[in-house]
Design a binder for this molecule. Structure first.
Ligand code: NAP
Length: 332
């Protein structure tokens, strides 16, 4: 097949939102192209058991994403392994440039680039990244067999990472800045009854400590959020699990963003501030952020794109000038 250089519908991102948009887009005969991005399959490829995907009591995250990709392909979507490095939404058709040199124009775009792990921003965290500091237990947990690790955070990610690490580590200490967790109750229950887990409440990570030669973590300094006192603890690894930030770099300055970088969409729809550009999943959702809600938004985005394309197939594409940036395009 010759490489397509123009598509009606381009989908950027390959998590549940992107693949669901591809399934619906393909069934609407829009012949969508989906560009997978840096991490094909998205965040679920670095998780283990998923227990809240309807229809699957338990499925491994990577397996679920392989199934979604196969589903989108079976419906006729073109799945491209590449990374969009530049997206120009100021001209029509929109232009996407990829890492490989591929250039695609599109009448409509669905953005589903998801979110990435947040870091604390400590200099010592940066120094030891990849040398004892990680944001992915499923990627790095194996290296901590019979060792002691800290997990920072109190949400679902932190608790899941802590539980996963108990498979390898001799001790897992969860450090949380408050005295209660925000993780789902079922996960909390599993955490509390795991004998390898200790919880340090009301503390945050002040510093990662370690050796320079060879570079590696030996401990951390924890700071009380109650009285500011500090204490040093020994640890071989530190896993930071304090949430995720939307991956909106590609459209920063082009689309209206809010709540710290999430793409703003019209209430009850996936329409962004530029007509013909739609956003779905963790890129736009700062509230629910579940695989199943992302998939739901992917479906909505494809239906919104289909309706918008049908309208403009008849009436003609809007004038590129209409894509001028709104005043608040960079507001966050
Ligand atoms: P999250 O729910 O936003 O939790 C982030 C945690 O990190 C919170 O406990 C927060 O503390 C803490 N935190 C944030 N900034 C911090 C800082 N500077 N210092 C110390 N602690 C800090 O993020 P998440 O756990 O990554 O989950 C993100 C979304 O994905 C959620 O909607 C979650 O339900 C979903 N998710 C679902 C599953 C699942 O269904 N199995 C698995 C993973 C994630 P506070 O509590 O004090 O705010």
């Amino acid at each position: 097949m010759t490489e397509r250089t123009h598509v009606k519908l381009l989908i950027v991102g390959s998590g549940p939102a992107g693949y669901t948009a591809a399934v619906y887009g393909a069934r609407a005969m829009l012949e969508p192209m989906l560009i997978q991005g840096m991490q094909p399959g998205g965040q679920l490829t670095i998780t283990t058991e998923v227990e809240n995907w309807p229809g699957e009591v338990e499925i491994q995250g990577p397996e679920l994403m392989v199934k979604m990709e196969a589903h989108a392909k079976a419906m006729g979507a073109e799945i491209v392994t590449d990374v969009v490095t530049r997206l120009d939404l100021a001209q029509r058709p929109f232009v996407a440039e990829c890492d490989s040199g591929r250039r695609v124009t599109a009448d409509a775009v669905i953005l589903a680039t998801g979110a990435q792990a947040r870091w604390l921003g400590l200099p010592s965290e940066e120094k030891f990244k990849g040398f004892g500091v990680s944001a992915c237990a499923t990627c790095d947990g194996f290296f901590y067999r019979n060792r002691e690790v800290l997990v920072i955070g109190g949400g679902n990610t932190a608790v899941e990472e802590a539980l996963f690490l108990t498979k390898f580590a001799s001790k897992v200490t969860l450090v949380h800045r408050r005295d209660s967790l925000r993780a789902e109750k079922i996960l909390q229950h599993r955490l509390f009854r795991n004998p390898k887990v200790e919880i340090v409440w009301d503390h945050e990570l002040a510093e990662v400590t370690g050796a320079d030669d060879p570079l590696g973590v030996t401990g951390a300094v924890l700071k009380s959020t109650k009285d500011g006192s500090t204490r040093a603890v020994a640890a071989d690894g530190v896993f930071v699990a304090i949430g995720h930030a939307p991956a909106s770099e590609l459209v920063k300055g082009q689309l209206e963003l809010h709540n710290g970088g999430y793409v703003k969409v019209e209430a009850g729809s996936t329409r962004s501030s530029i007509p013909g550009v739609f956003a779905a999943g963790d890129l736009t959702d700062h509230i629910y952020r579940q695989a199943v809600t992302s998939a739901g938004m992917g479906c909505m985005a494809a239906l919104d794109a289909e309706a918008w394309l049908a309208e403009h197939d008849e009436a003609g594409m809007p004038d590129p000038a209409a894509a001028e940036l709104p005043e608040a395009a960079t507001a966050q």
